[in-house]
Write a protein that binds this ligand. Structure first.
Ligand SMILES: [Zn+2]
Length: 324
């Protein structure tokens, strides 16, 4: 085992290393079946006329293309995943002129919040959930995992079930990546400027929120937004966690008391706006990123709700009158 991981681990134990506490280094798993090989321009590989991939020492391989190659690739990486499937991914130099035509300047701006009840919330109130194709494969994965847990250790049926789980896992990962690609491309296409909260995924992952945060795969989605913003000349501003986005009223700027996660909506004591936790956060993120926040999509004011029910002319304050 190389020395550097141990050096980092001991430095972390002694508090000499910045960042989160590190665990002891682990050996690569004997069961980890993922393998990859990369062929650069110098290696003798090519895409043949009939759409096969010709690799040195291997020969021509049949390929199911996910998209056509826009230009001649500079390298190819062949990966075998844990489910035993082979993938070829090509590196291609980008063409700035073609990119500009594909994604013209939109002039729009958006603030996005990575929620826990929904995948993403936009400042205009749009709540985006994971699509049905992703939920379907997730359900299949759960089924496969249940079946595996019922099989006897060391049995042939268990081995079969294990492979089934590995394939289901791979399908979930594929579907999730596809969803992240679709959504990040849509947000980049529609907006010139994006403000988003700089969620410390590592810090969140250590809390009991771990499952939902990991499952949703924030970091993959954010990484896609970052590289697409770079590529298509969009501005992506990350707002630090020190901005109290959940307890600041996005209409009047009043900073209220702490808002634990179970509080889904609250009424601003200063201006009376009824605030949806996630939409309010997305609006604050947008403003903190230096982007203009629209006044439309006006907040629901409790006194207006009351006025419909009580024509005697009550002004609806204090807000608890809403429950009447
Ligand atoms: Zn307010």
């Amino acid at each position: 085992m190389p020395r550097r991981p141990y050096k980092n681990f001991f430095a972390s134990l002694k508090g000499e290393r910045k960042g989160p506490r590190l665990g002891a280094p682990r050996f690569k798993s004997r069961k980890d079946a993922r393998q990859s090989i990369r062929f650069t321009a110098n290696a003798r590989w090519s895409v043949t006329g009939n759409g096969r991939l010709s690799l040195p020492k291997i020969g021509a391989v049949k390929v199911t293309w996910s998209r056509t190659l826009p230009t001649t690739p500079t390298s190819v990486t062949v990966v075998k995943d844990a489910a035993g499937r082979y993938f070829a991914s090509f590196a291609i130099d980008t063409d700035p002129a073609a990119d500009a035509t594909r994604m013209p300047n939109s002039g729009q701006a958006v603030g996005i919040d990575l929620g826990l009840t929904h995948f993403t919330i936009l400042d205009d109130g749009t709540k985006i959930d994971s699509p049905r194709f992703l939920r379907r494969v997730e359900k299949k994965l759960k089924q496969a995992q249940r079946e595996l847990s019922r099989k006897q250790k060391g049995s042939k049926n268990r081995e079969k079930a294990r492979l089934k789980v590995a394939r289901a896992h791979a399908r979930v990962a594929d579907a999730r990546r596809e969803f992240h690609h679709q959504l990040s491309t849509k947000l980049i296409r529609e907006n010139q400027a994006i403000g988003m909260e700089d969620l410390a995924v590592n810090a969140l992952a250590r809390t009991r929120l771990a499952k939902s945060v990991h499952d949703a795969g924030w970091s993959q989605f954010v990484a896609m937004l970052v590289y697409k913003a770079n590529r298509y000349g969009r501005t992506l501003t990350k707002v630090g966690r020190f901005v109290p986005t959940s307890r600041t009223c996005s209409y009047c700027g009043h900073v209220d008391g702490p808002k634990p996660l179970h509080i889904r909506e609250w009424t601003c004591p200063a201006c009376g706006a009824l605030l949806d936790r996630d939409i309010n956060s997305a609006r604050n993120v947008k403003r903190a990123a230096g982007l203009a926040v629209s006044a439309c999509g006006a907040p629901i004011r409790p006194e207006l709700v009351l006025a419909q029910r009580n024509e005697a002319g009550s002004h609806g304050f204090p807000p608890e009158g809403r429950a009447a």
